[in-house]
Design a protein around this ligand. Sequence first.
Ligand code: URA
Length: 236
Amino acid sequence: MRLDKMLADMGIGTRNEIRKACRDGRITVNGTAAKNPAVHIDPDQDMVSVDGEPVRYTKYVYFMLNKPQGVVSAVSDSRTTVIDLIDCGVRGLYPVGRLDRDTEGLLLITNDGPLGHQLLSPKHHVEKEYLVTVKNPLKETDIQRIRDGIVIDGGETCLPADMRILDPHTCRITLTEGKYHQVKRMMLALDNEVVGLKRIRMKHLLLDKTLKPGEYRELTEEELRDLRESEPSVSE
Ligand code: URA
């Protein structure tokens, strides 16, 4: 395969960035600077390095699923799982995080363990945005309580979160953590009740509005690059 494709697949940078890194002598194949990004390499045999760091090729896949209600966010279960919905023949797929069975919307499905780990790590505070429909009318005072960090049942204090009221029964909430049933428990703390919950964003990744519930598609190179933003790359 082409060197630039291999490096782009591994999230090292855009084709342009990789071309420049080759010109700058930052990329080597078997210890020799690779000036031509189109050179063909054997990812199983050739040792490719960027700035002296070896890059090992693993064929990762990344899907954006519009999770439908009624499906569990697990790898295996007696009920239908989100993985059952992905028909690609690749092993080792798992959902990056969990949505409740009755929650719908954006779920990243991949076999890339390190990326999932990074996105879920509490220390990275990855933003997750939800569209929330509630039973009782929302109050302006709810916004400040959510922004201050609301105390939910059991005495847990949530990190400050963002809330925007769209209409009396609908709001957007952006979290930077992932407590169990968090949005539902936040709404209960506001004497309200979630009647509909949909995740619409994770980090920069927006749910593709053309995906119907249950549909999925591969991430674009740009979407993947944004998700991997804080990992080392040739653009730094
Ligand atoms: N918060 C919830 O309560 N449920 C979800 O599925 C996600 C966030």
